[in-house]
Design a protein around this ligand. Structure first.
Ligand code: UDP
Length: 329
């Protein structure tokens, strides 16, 4: 009998790659998304498959799925700073109410539960690189707090269900991940820079560009998540690529990669933008036998090819997505 996995946020960037992975590994996939930030085109190629089913549903309201479910993966959430600033209440709700509903469903189905937590639980970290034992430095009431605190609550309630109900749970702390199917206009640095290069605009570096990030290619990320799900480790674990780079150097890499003749311009650093970020992945190496394999230059070439394949219309219609018709806070 095939195992069944429910994936929320299935039409999003990571969610859609997870759908591909589980189909490839021989699972039945139930994909769920409310399509606010997700895009059905990311999973369109799976619709014809017998083992794939799509539910257009908002997980902040009661979630019902008929039949057996073996795994529940909660990957629904706005994930870029611009998105969660535009829809702060939905961001809080999907991390809190959504997680509660899905934990309830997983308990009912006796399913193993996994959440997409984040490096943002470390906030603007005072410890570098970040180990799972670091409690973080989050501004609860700052603009990013809506995402960070929702994810911190998500970890807490997941551990409570694990301890109180004896449920099988997994917590992945996901660091910046990139690859095909990122949304061009989601405001994150990779689609932002590549989009600017393709449109012949200057690249906007926020602050002085000395802040750092560490970028993980999506196939590596999905491989790590899959290994974590099948492991027996229930505490949080960092999944990311420890190769750190400043945003300014990264902008220069993008200029080289894309061959753009545009220059770098500086804009104000958003409030609470973390100054440095690099995962310590010792735990993932030791417990999951996992580490990322894709070098950044290769991963970025694939990602650039993806964005180049978008139509001119998509490329120029890239002002930020209007969520207003979905708002029901
Ligand atoms: N950033 C930038 N220019 C942009 C978009 C982002 O310099 O056009 C910076 C941003 O300030 C942050 C880093 O790039 O320091 C990564 O931002 P992103 O939104 O991708 O994700 P974050 O890691 O902050 O969640």
């Amino acid at each position: 009998m095939k195992k069944t996995v429910l994936i929320t946020g299935a039409a999003g960037f990571l969610g859609s790659h997870l759908c591909d992975k589980f189909i490839k590994e021989g699972y039945k996939v139930i994909a769920m998304d409310n399509l606010i930030t997700g895009d059905k085109r990311n999973i369109e190629h799976l619709f014809k498959l017998e083992d794939f089913e799509f539910y257009h549903h908002d997980v902040t309201t009661f979630v019902h799925v008929a039949g057996d479910v073996d795994y529940v993966l909660h990957f629904a959430s706005p994930a870029s700073p611009i998105d969660y600033l535009k829809i702060p209440i939905q961001t809080l709700k999907v991390g809190s109410l959504g997680t509660h509903n899905l934990l309830g469903l997983a308990k009912e189905k006796n399913a193993r539960f996994m959440i997409a937590s984040t490096s943002e639980v470390y906030g603007d970290p005072l410890v570098h690189p970040q180990k799972e034992t670091y409690y973080g430095n989050v501004n609860t009431i700052g603009p990013r707090g809506v995402y960070d605190e929702a994810k911190r609550f998500q970890e807490s309630i997941t551990m409570a269900y694990h301890r109180f109900h004896g449920m099988e749970t997994r917590i992945a702390r996901i660091f910046n991940t990139y690859g095909p199917r990122m949304r061009l206009n989601d405001g994150r640095v990779i689609p932002a820079f590549i989009g600017q290069a393709l449109r012949g605009e200057d690249l906007t570096v926020f602050g002085d560009g000395t802040q750092t990030r560490s970028f993980c290619y999506v196939d590596d990320q999905v491989d790590g998540l899959y290994k974590l799900l099948l492991s027996d480790y229930s505490e949080p674990i960092n999944i990311g690529n420890p190769e750190e780079i400043t945003i300014l150097d990264f902008a220069k890499e993008i200029i080289k990669l894309t061959g753009t003749e545009q220059k770098i311009v500086y804009k104000e650093l958003p409030k609470d933008d973390p100054l440095q970020r690099e995962p310590d992945i010792t735990l993932a190496r030791n417990i999951l036998g996992w580490e990322p394999k894709m070098p950044r230059d290769e991963g970025m070439k694939i990602t650039f090819e993806y964005f180049k394949s978008l139509t001119k219309e998509e490329l120029f219609k890239s002002e930020h997505k209007d969520f207003s018709k979905h708002i029901r806070s």
